[in-house]
Design a protein around this ligand. Structure first.
Ligand SMILES: Nc1ncnc2c1ncn2[C@@H]1O[C@H](COP(=O)(O)OP(=O)(O)OP(=O)(O)O)[C@@H](O)[C@H]1O
Ligand SMILES: [Mg+2]
Length: 386
C-alpha cells in the first residue's frame, strides 16, 4: 500500500500541510527541530490513531491552534482500492488559553473512514506502517519495554482484538497493583484479588499466545536476514521469555489453569512488593546469535545488526499476514549505521513499495539512491521540493 496524499492542519508544528505522495522512495531533509519526526508521526497515526511518541493526544495539537483542534486527512491506495482516513484531535486543556475548555461530553478524538464516522479502533487493519527510528537500533540492548512494544505495535496494527485486549490488560495491571498495595496496608481483603486474577490470566493467555505466534513467524525470516548482513557467519534466533512458566504442550485451557496456579503461588510475594510480578507486562525477548545471548555478550555492531534483521523480519511478517506491504518509515536511522549496514538497509528498502526517510543531510547517501528518490526540504513546519 502507499500513501497518496497527506493533509495536516494544526498538527504539531504544521499549521497547514498539503502533500501529494505516491509509490517509491521519499527523502525528507531538514535541520533539527523542523518537523521531520512530526511528519512521520502523522503517517504512523493512520495505523491505530495512536502516536508513537506522544504521552497524550493533546501534545499533537499545535500550541497556537485557534480552535485547539488538530486534523489529519490521508488517502491511502491499497489493493482493494482507495481509503480515505480523517483523524481529528481536540485538546481539552490548552496550555496557553485559560478561557477555553472543551465540555466533557465532546469527543476528544474523532475518526472517519471514507467519510463515515467510526471508532478509533475501527482504523486497525486499514493502514499498516513499520517505523524504524534510532531507538529501534537499541532493540537488543535497550529496556525490555522496547522489545514488548516491538511486538505489540505490529500485532495491534493487524488485530483489533489484540489491541483491545492489551488495553484491558493494562487497566487490570494498574488496578491490581493498586489493590496489592492496599492489601499490604491491610486496607483490603486478599480475597478481593479473585476477579482481577481471573481477568489477568484470561487476557494474559491471549497476549502470550499471539506474541509467541508472531515470534515464531519472525524466526522464519530473521536467520536469513542476519546471515546475509553478516556474510553468512551469524545465525539469529529470537526467543520469547515469558514471566509465567509456559509450556508449548499446553492448550489454551490448560495454560489458563497453570497461570492461575502460578499467580496463586506468587500472591504473597506480590502483596509484599505491591506489584504484579507475572504476566505479559513483564515478558521479554532474547536474541541469540550462534546460540549466544546478544543482550549480555553482543558487540555493539552485532546488536545493531540483530535489531535491523528483527525490524526487516517484522516488515515481512506484516506483509505476509495482511497481504499488503506496510508503509515503511525511517526516521533518522542512517546516521547511526556504519556503511556496511547502511548499504544493506538501502538495498532492502529499494524493493519496497513506499518508503519515507528523514535525515538531517543526505550527503552520505549513494548517488544511486538519490537519483531514484523524490527529495523534499523540511523547514519550520513547511515542506518544499528540493
Ligand atoms: N504541539 C506542538 N505545537 C507546535 N510545535 C510543536 C508541537 N509539538 C512539537 N512541536 C515542535 O515541532 C518541532 C519539530 O519537531 P520534530 O521532532 O519533528 O523535529 P525534527 O525535524 O525531527 O528534528 P530532529 O532532527 O532534531 O529530530 C520542535 O521544535 C517541537 O518543539
Ligand atoms: Mg526527529
Amino acid at each position: 500500500m502507499y500513501l497518496a496524499h497527506l493533509a495536516l492542519h494544526d498538527f504539531r508544528n504544521y499549521k497547514q500541510l498539503d502533500l501529494p505522495l505516491g509509490p517509491g522512495l521519499y527523502l525528507f531533509c531538514g535541520e533539527n527541530a523542523q518537523g521531520k519526526t512530526n511528519l512521520l508521526e502523522a503517517v504512523a497515526m493512520l495505523a491505530t490513531s495512536n502516536s508513537f511518541h506522544a504521552a497524550s493526544d493533546r501534545e499533537i495539537v499545535n500550541w497556537q491552534a485557534p480552535d485547539h483542534i488538530a486534523r489529519l486527512v490521508a488517502s491511502v491506495e491499497r489493493h482493494s482500492g482507495e481509503v480515505k482516513i480523517e483523524i481529528v484531535i481536540v485538546d481539552p486543556t490548552p496550555a496557553n488559553g485559560a478561557d477555553f475548555s472543551v465540555p466533557e461530553s465532546r469527543q476528544r478524538k474523532r475518526v472517519k473512514i471514507n467519510n463515515v464516522p467510526k471508532k478509533p479502533m475501527d482504523l486497525v487493519g486499514q493502514v499498516t506502517v513499520v517505523l524504524f527510528a534510532p531507538t529501534d537500533l537499541r532493540l537488543v540492548d535497550g529496556p525490555p519495554e522496547e522489545r514488548r512494544r516491538f511486538l505489540d505495535r505490529a500485532l495491534c496494527q493487524m488485530q483489533p482484538r489484540y489491541c483491545a485486549v492489551l488495553g484491558k490488560y493494562r487497566k487490570v495491571i494498574t488496578q491490581r497493583s493498586a489493590l496489592l498495595k492496599r492489601i499490604r496496608e491491610n486496607q483490603e481483603d486478599p480475597r478481593m484479588l479473585g476477579y482481577l486474577d481471573e481477568k489477568l490470566t484470561e487476557w494474559a493467555n491471549l497476549i502470550i499466545f499471539e506474541r509467541q505466534r508472531m515470534v515464531a513467524s519472525l524466526n522464519a525470516q530473521v536467520d536469513e536476514l542476519q546471515a546475509t548482513i553478516s556474510g553468512g557467519r551469524e545465525h539469529l534466533q529470537i526467543v520469547y521469555r515469558p514471566s509465567f512458566t509456559v509450556n508449548p504442550e499446553w492448550n489454551t485451557i490448560e495454560a489458563l489453569e497453570h497461570y492461575r496456579e502460578q499467580l496463586h503461588e506468587a500472591r504473597r510475594k506480590e502483596i509484599y512488593q505491591g506489584v504484579c510480578l507475572l504476566g505479559p507486562h513483564r515478558d521479554d525477548l532474547e536474541f541469540l546469535v550462534n546460540g549466544v545471548n546478544m543482550l549480555t555478550y553482543g558487540s555493539r555492531g552485532q546488536q545493531r545488526t540483530v535489531a535491523l534483521s528483527a525490524k526487516l523480519a517484522e516488515l515481512a511478517y506484516m506483509h505476509g499476514v495482511t497481504g499488503e506491504e506496510p508503509i515503511l518509515l525511517l526516521d533518522d536511522v542512517f546516521s547511526e549505521l556504519d556503511s556496511l549496514r547502511r548499504e544493506y538497509l538501502l538495498r532492502q528498502i529499494l524493493q519496497h513499495e513506499q518508503v519515507l526517510i528523514t535525515a538531517t543531510d543526505f550527503t552520505n547517501f549513494p548517488q544511486e539512491i538519490l537519483g531514484k528518490a523524490h527529495r523534499y526540504q523540511v523547514v519550520d513546519g513547511a515542506i518544499t521540493e528540493a
